[in-house]
Design a protein around this ligand. Structure first.
Ligand SMILES: [Zn+2]
Length: 410
């Protein structure tokens, strides 16, 4: 019988486990700024997946045997966070060794949630509503594609528009959250990626944000990406976790971010809800028509109607999850999944094709965006952070960013 380990020791074992799994899965370690020596050692040891799986299970057992310090305390949240993160690592190791989960089982095992399902009729009815707002007649996705053309940011103005959206997102976030004094990020424009934007967190309150310019970028993407990737989204979330938990409390497990884990639902959920936090209700249209539309050379007169359509189209996000569920469960082909995305998520055929490659690579990860946003919003509103109480809303959002949350402790 060995001496029970402290949570700090178990936290270190978690970091080393994620690093060892990362040796076999290039996407798994999304960010790491702990001791370099640990990462080098994981690469040197190059343990096979069977051994990594055994370590994951042994750590899971040690965490399950750890006496619970009380659920709503920071220590209670920390223990539950480690337990669920390690349970996901056990599942991810099994997947890498050949286990195939159904879409729903995988989402439960990796992200600690049960994704909701909607009928085809539900999406057809929403698409019909969108169609009623668009000019012309005929297939809605074709009319939507045509309609969007006038809202594309000219490539020569892209950086200008993005910089303005980022600056505003920062001002609005910094007014309510304590950001580290030296936080900053750089923006790069890239091509040939399965995603539209990505935040690479580097530690020391620094990120590199990449924006994919494979396809024309419509004006809504400026605020969406500025908030989701930057303020108060991923960049702020990672910076605040680093400041408060990794450095402030010395909790090593927060120096690493395992992509296929419950933490991702919180990361994507807070990033998506962050758009609404920074630009609530009508404030977005006001900023868009005063600042961004003129910068992009688009007539601000159309801002109002464009965002009415945009808000409705956002509700079709779950149609994307449904395409992924059917495709990954082997019920439809890639071509059928792309067709579904065109018809019910109103994507262009090119973007739909790109999205199926996202499904291949990230699988049930897709649920983290919209389900994550809904769960985060519910958690904030349930505690009194409703839209008519912005102070309380920011306070709860800030607390969420600075505590070890996973879906089951939201
Ligand atoms: Zn994201």
């Amino acid at each position: 019988m060995s001496t029970p380990q402290s949570l700090d020791q178990l936290g270190e074992r978690y970091v080393r486990l994620v690093l060892s799994l990362g040796v076999h899965d290039a996407d798994y370690v999304d960010a790491y700024y702990g001791p370099e020596e640990w990462q080098q050692q994981a690469a040197r040891d190059h343990e096979d997946l069977a051994a990594v799986g055994e370590r994951a299970e042994s750590l899971r057992d040690a965490l399950n045997a750890f006496p619970a310090p009380g659920t709503e305390t920071m220590l209670g949240l920390r223990l539950e966070y480690l337990r669920r993160q390690v349970a996901a690592a056990v599942a991810r190791t099994r997947m890498l060794r050949g286990t195939r989960y159904s879409f729903d089982d995988e989402a439960q095992a990796l992200y600690d949630v049960k994704p909701p399902a909607f009928s085809e009729e539900h999406f057809a009815s929403l698409v019909n509503d969108v169609g009623n707002m668009l000019p012309g007649s005929g297939q809605v996705h074709k009319r939507f594609e045509q309609y969007k053309l006038q809202f594309v940011i000219p490539p020569s103005r892209l950086a200008l528009v993005f910089d303005a959206a980022i600056a505003e997102g920062r001002t609005r976030s910094a007014a309510h959250l304590s950001l580290p004094p030296d936080e900053h990020f750089s923006v790069e424009y890239v091509t040939g990626k399965p995603w539209s934007g990505y935040n690479w967190y580097k530690g020391n309150a620094t990120s590199v944000i990449q924006v994919n310019v494979d396809f024309p970028i419509t004006i809504d993407r400026a605020v969406d990406l500025a908030c989701h990737e930057g303020y108060p989204g991923h960049h702020v979330y990672n910076s605040i976790l680093e400041l408060n938990l990794a450095r402030g409390r010395g909790w090593q497990e927060f120096t690493i971010y395992a992509l296929f884990s419950p933490q991702s639902l919180i990361a994507e959920g807070t990033a998506n809800f962050g758009i609404e936090m920074a630009f609530p209700g009508r404030e977005r249209v006001a900023f868009e028509s005063d600042v961004l539309f003129p910068l992009a050379g688009i007539d601000p007169e159309y801002a109002e109607s464009y965002y009415a359509v945009h808000t409705l189209v956002q509700r079709l996000g779950y149609a994307g999850n449904e395409a992924a569920r059917r495709y990954l469960d082997g019920r439809i082909t890639r071509a059928q999944a792309a067709e579904w995305l065109v018809r019910y998520a109103l994507m262009s055929p090119e973007r739909a094709e790109q999205r199926t490659h996202f499904f291949d690579k990230y699988r049930s990860y897709v649920i983290n965006y919209n389900l994550g946003q809904d769960l985060v919003q519910n958690a904030v509103e349930r505690r009194g952070g409703t839209a008519d109480n912005p102070e309380r809303r920011w306070q709860l959002f800030g607390e969420l960013l600075s505590s070890p949350r996973i879906p089951s402790t939201l």
